[in-house]
Design a protein around this ligand. Structure first.
Ligand code: AVI
Length: 321
């Protein structure tokens, strides 16, 4: 009796989304060792991420919420009503509710790769917003995507991409993603996107080294997955969490540093790590207004307006194509 319309596009994009085992084998075989941050987000990782967002040092979530809240009249004027709001990522956050209340779009479509999480969050939206036509699209939005036919004819669709999730892609990958997004939207469509700004390294480094150790646990969750899902005889406690700001690249880097010489199997593949050797697990790129607007401009998005908090920690941008 669900009111949501479910569209499963994952089969077509599944081929592009490689598995934890394949990625871990390819990334851990030899230095420089890497694991993709997309593997953070199993159930436990998603819960840890929610807790990160509540840590006093992790300013992005509450700052973006405050910016959206303060800018709602402006955003409503820019975006208009009667739109189709397409959220990239989950529909679980408070941010989307702020927008739904203010914009009263006629349709909402949530796109997420995690099916259960997506259905759960869109069903909750459908219950709380009975006037809204709610769609759930299970897809990997890092690959090219076409909207289901009944959504493709939407007048003035507006994509919402909060949380500086774009920052977890390298600028090259982010450009490709923005290209895909532009192709998804008809002329006149909009993009409302949250971006974390370049700032003092002390503030940035504190945000990724919270005193309660939640980010460290989130990082070690990757090792826990290797152990629990792939049967690797490896202990998360044998890795130190390391996060620092790389000033030249304008990005936070997260690493897991081996506390000892160790050897474990990933399926048939032996992995050897020396003490002090690191696995690079995430980058979180930070932008200036000019840098971000230039990148979006090259992907065909014209800047309309931008909003910041008083301290300039975070930015929300509205573009049209
Ligand atoms: C989801 N993403 C924008 C977060 C970030 O800040 O890059 C992920 C994160 N990693 C550690 N803390 C939060």
């Amino acid at each position: 009796d669900s009111r949501i319309r479910f569209h499963d596009l994952l089969d077509t994009s599944r081929a592009a989304a490689s598995s934890l085992l394949e990625d871990a084998r390819a990334g851990l075989g030899e230095p420089p060792r890497t694991l993709s941050p997309k593997h953070f987000y199993d159930q436990r990782g998603s819960e840890l991420f929610d807790r990160i967002c509540q840590q006093p040092e992790y300013y992005p979530t509450r700052t973006e919420e405050a910016i959206l809240e303060a800018a709602l009249p402006d955003i409503t004027e820019r975006v208009g009503r009667e739109t189709t709001l397409i959220e990239l990522g989950s529909g679980a956050s408070r941010k989307i509710r702020l927008l739904l209340d203010a914009l009263r779009p006629s349709r909402y479509a949530g796109i997420d790769i995690s099916r259960d999480f997506l259905i759960d969050s869109t069903e909750r939206l459908a219950v709380d917003y009975p006037w809204l036509d709610v769609h759930a699209i299970c897809a990997d939005f890092t690959t090219p995507l076409t909207l289901p036919a009944e959504l493709a004819d939407s007048e003035r669709p507006v994509a919402f991409f909060p949380g500086s999730s774009i920052g977890n892609f390298s600028p090259d990958e982010a450009s490709v993603m923005l290209d895909h997004l532009r192709e998804l939207l008809p002329v006149g469509g909009g993009l409302l996107i949250g971006v974390d700004m370049i700032k003092s390294p002390a503030i940035l480094e504190a945000a990724y080294n919270d005193a309660a150790g939640i980010t460290a646990e989130f990082n070690r969750n990757l090792i826990r997955r290797l152990r629990d899902e792939l049967g690797a005889e490896v202990d998360p406690a044998d890795f130190d969490h390391r996060a620092f700001y790389n000033r030249d690249a304008c990005r936070i880097e997260m690493h897991l540093v081996s506390r000892r010489d160790q050897r474990f199997m990933l399926g048939e593949t032996p992995i050897e790590l020396r003490r002090g050797e690191s696995i690079h697990t995430e980058d979180s790129w930070k932008y200036s207004d000019a840098g971000f607007e230039e990148m979006a401009g090259q992907a065909g998005f014209a800047p309309v307006e931008r909003w910041h908090d008083p301290e300039g920690l975070f930015g929300v941008y509205y573009f049209t194509r």
